[in-house]
Design a protein around this ligand. Structure first.
Ligand SMILES: C[S@@+](CC[C@H](N)C(=O)[O-])C[C@H]1O[C@@H](n2cnc3c(N)ncnc32)[C@H](O)[C@@H]1O
Length: 282
């Protein structure tokens, strides 16, 4: 397990994933009943953008930094930018820290809501624990996030969101693990929103997962949203990424289509970035 998210924190894929995440959590907050947020691959929670790892790749400069510099953002992106500024911009206006999914989710928890955060890598789990210490709404588990779904679902709250955001060190094996874990999570907590982030390098690596989603028995169609900065034809480069959402909130497809064009414009590199929002149909 070599992956360290600090090299990638705040990159275009994080921006896409975290704006979607905030939209899903906003939809859960629209009703007063408590919800539970389950993060299977939580990371360390807080990333130092001035640190050696983030500086080595500089990926955040073509991600979150572009969004913060962009004028006239649609509401969902403006809300994301405001949360990032509140979390990580210092008095001089420099972006110093970036919040991972657990800390963004924490901003959205109300008194009655709960979060379960899983992280397997011991140093990352220790940092995560420190970043949420004292918050009785949040439980941190240093364990395999896939196995945790079997052990910990369903939580006491009837409503909620499972985010599966693995490192994808071996793409095919990760999709297999996701399929197994999702099948058992859906059996245990069928009404919750289940969201899976995935990288797009070669299109043919992603296609079997989407076919599997299209044939999920007993569930409404899954929603798939993608952002592509390059053609999906290189096995080595992160050309884009996607989020598959089972049981999405009402009209979430429309919500995505409202801000994705602006995000694609802001993040475009050499050729125009593309986006899509589609239902996975049989
Ligand atoms: C892509 S990063 C997570 C980023 C985080 N979700 C965010 O958006 O800020 C993936 C994390 O999963 C951890 N990890 C790898 N395998 C795991 C497993 N089987 N169970 C739980 N965590 C795992 C890695 O150490 C890494 O911190």
């Amino acid at each position: 397990m070599n992956y360290r998210h600090a090299f990638h924190a705040g990159n275009f894929a994080d921006v896409f994933k975290h704006v979607v995440l905030l939209g899903l959590l906003d939809a859960l907050r629209a009703k007063p009943a408590a919800f539970c947020y389950v993060d299977t691959h939580a990371g360390r929670g807080r990333y130092d953008l001035a640190g050696a790892q983030a500086q080595r790749t500089g990926e955040y400069r073509d991600g979150v930094a572009r969004v913060l510099a962009a004028p006239d953002l649609p509401a969902a992106l403006a809300d994301y930018a405001q949360r990032i500024r509140a979390f990580g911009v210092d008095a001089a206006g420099t972006l110093q820290h970036y919040p991972g999914s657990p800390l963004l989710a924490r901003c959205c928890l109300r008194e009655q809501d709960r979060a379960i955060l899983c992280e397997l890598q011991p140093e990352e789990a220790a940092a995560l624990r420190a970043s949420v210490r004292g918050d009785a709404r949040i439980a941190v588990h240093e364990r395999d996030g896939y196995a945790a779904l079997k052990a910990l679902l369903p939580p006491a709250q009837k409503r909620g969101l499972v985010l599966i955001d693995p490192p994808f060190e071996a793409q095919g094996a990760e999709f297999d693990a996701i399929r197994h874990a999702l099948a058992s999570a859906l059996a245990r907590w069928p009404n919750a929103i289940h969201a899976v982030w995935y990288p797009i390098k070669l299109r043919e690596t992603v296609a079997p997962f989407q076919r599997w989603l299209a044939n999920l028995d007993g569930h409404a169609d899954a929603l798939v949203s993608e952002l592509l900065l390059h053609e999906d034809n290189s096995p080595v480069r992160l050309n884009g990424c996607g989020m598959a959402i089972i049981n999405p909130p009402w009209q979430f497809d429309r919500a995505l289509a409202q801000w994705l064009p602006a995000l694609a414009r802001v993040l475009t590199l050499d050729s125009a970035a593309r986006w899509r929002v589609d239902w996975c149909k049989r």
